[in-house]
Design a binder for this molecule. Structure first.
Ligand code: ATP
Length: 451
């Protein structure tokens, strides 16, 4: 690939600091905290919910709505267990597990150094490595027996293969074309951790792009480049991203080629966005297991073909973590430290805050409320009238609001307001009627992260 890797770049913030900001400002909360917590699950607070929705909307807009060749799907989390048998998940969706025989802690064998002592108890008494299937089991219906076992999907893509023919026919799609899906997936990870990086309940944005056999390798490279670009357009520094080509022995059972886009997390370089060339593995497996024709009739060659598929698979939660890490900034100023989240305005949870200079002035407040009502009919907006304007700016900086609009005495005279930019901290005066169209225009423009 033509994408060059550079030396790792220092993360700008520690995980502890980020986790604490996320909790304090309502982005991410530990699950079930009042009951002592629940491993591998986090709850998204009001601002995390907005950020998350914006990340998914940006992906959907750029990879589905902006393209004529990609359509969407929203399938069930539960499905016939035969899906997982045919896909190979029952057999192969495993991670290598090792146990410390002294303290009974379990670890992913490929994540620790077995030549060293147990990181928990300090002894060295490892069990043999065994394969642990990470699919969650449940029972469907009122009887809990072998016949009612079902699985929570561990990835969203299998339903795309199962529905391949229905989607293709309903939408009259011709190769090459893609099917995209965003949704929850569940993995009983042996160990969780690093905040929202490794979860047991996660969400994925997956795309299966079907091509004629022989076009797969070129298409794979195109997706990899496109996806790196997508991340950089959202404000992720290019030098924080790296491509990792999986050696053949590390690839999943279905993959002809796997390349991860990795990111330099504060805890080390790790996978953000997996890319796999799944060949015709999945469609062939489902075709054989179900006995249904899952082929595609190629008008050009007048032949039936089983398409090859390229899969870019991105975690919503990992993307949020990367965007939070990339956005975080601390700048010393006259009052101490100014904490800012430099989100791309597209993903910022709140786009604009309306701040009346004084809260006791009725004329001012009613102007400010009217502007707030107008803005929030189109954009996520907050109204804040408590404490000094400086404090209010800081509160908005800390949650990454790109613009603050201040309504002051001059507004009553000439109808203008001040718009302050989060990144440059510049303030410009505008007629209040122009604020909404100006911000809407700014939202559509390219944005780059301030250096
Ligand atoms: P890892 O090697 O980190 O376990 P994986 O190779 O099993 O990941 P994939 O099956 O390729 O991951 O999943 C596609 C994407 O889904 C990943 O790139 C990641 O963004 C996300 N993802 C996978 N597992 C998790 C998880 N446990 N928590 C959060 N996101 C995840």
């Amino acid at each position: 690939m033509a994408v060059a890797n550079k030396a790792p770049t220092a993360p700008t913030v520690s995980m502890d600091k980020l986790v604490s900001l996320c909790k304090r400002r309502g982005f991410v909360f530990p699950s079930s905290e009042i009951y002592g917590g629940f491993n591998g699950v986090w709850d998204y607070g009001p601002l995390g919910t907005e950020l998350r929705a914006n990340v998914k909307a940006a992906w959907w807009k750029d990879f589905v709505h902006s393209r004529e060749d990609i359509v969407g799907l929203d399938s069930g989390i539960l499905a016939s267990p035969r899906v997982w048998e045919a896909s190979g998940h029952l057999q192969n969706f495993t991670d290598p597990m090792v146990e410390c025989k002294n303290c009974k802690h379990r670890f992913r064998a490929d994540h620790i150094d077995l030549d060293k002592n147990c990181p928990v108890c300090g002894k060295k008494d490892w069990s043999d490595i065994r394969q642990f299937n990470t699919m969650f089991k449940t029972f469907v219906g009122p009887v809990e027996d072998d016949a009612s076992v079902a699985y929570l999907r561990p990835e969203t893509c299998q339903a795309i293969f199962v529905n391949f023919r229905l989607v293709q026919q309903a939408m009259r799609k011709k190769l090459p074309f893609g099917i995209a899906q965003i949704g929850k997936a569940f993995r009983n990870e042996i160990t969780t951790g690093n905040f929202i990086f490794r979860l047991r309940e996660l969400e994925q944005m997956e795309l299966e792009y079907f091509v004629r056999p022989g076009e797969d390798e070129r298409t794979f490279d195109e997706w990899l480049l496109r996806d790196v670009e997508w991340l950089t357009r959202l404000g992720v520094r290019r030098e924080m991203l790296h491509l990792y080509e999986h050696p053949a022995e590390k690839r999943s059972h279905y993959s002809k080629r796997t390349v991860d886009i990795e990111y330099d997390f504060p805890f080390g370089r790790s996978e953000l966005w997996g890319h796999a060339n799944r060949g015709d593995f999945d469609l062939t497996q489902h075709k054989n297991a179900s006995g249904e024709e899952l082929e595609y009739f190629d008008d050009e060659s007048k032949e039936h073909v089983v398409p090859y598929v390229i899969e870019p698979s991105l975690g919503v939660d990992r993307t949020m973590l990367v965007l939070l890490l990339e956005a975080f900034d601390e700048q010393p100023d006259k009052d101490g430290i100014r904490t800012v989240l430099h989100f791309h305005p597209r993903v910022a949870p709140i786009k604009v805050a309306v701040l009346p200079l004084v809260k006791k002035d009725e004329g001012l407040v009613s102007k400010a409320r009217a502007l707030f009502d107008e803005l929030r009919s189109e954009l996520t907006a907050q109204y804040d009238e408590t404490s000094t304007v400086g404090r209010r700016y800081r509160r908005q900086d800390e949650i990454g609001t790109p613009w603050c609009v201040t309504v002051d005495g001059q507004t009553l005279e000439d109808g203008t307001v001040t718009v302050r930019d989060r990144d440059s901290m510049e303030q410009v005066r505008l007629p209040s009627a122009e604020v909404l169209p100006v911000l809407q225009r700014r939202l559509r423009q390219p944005w780059s992260r301030p250096e």
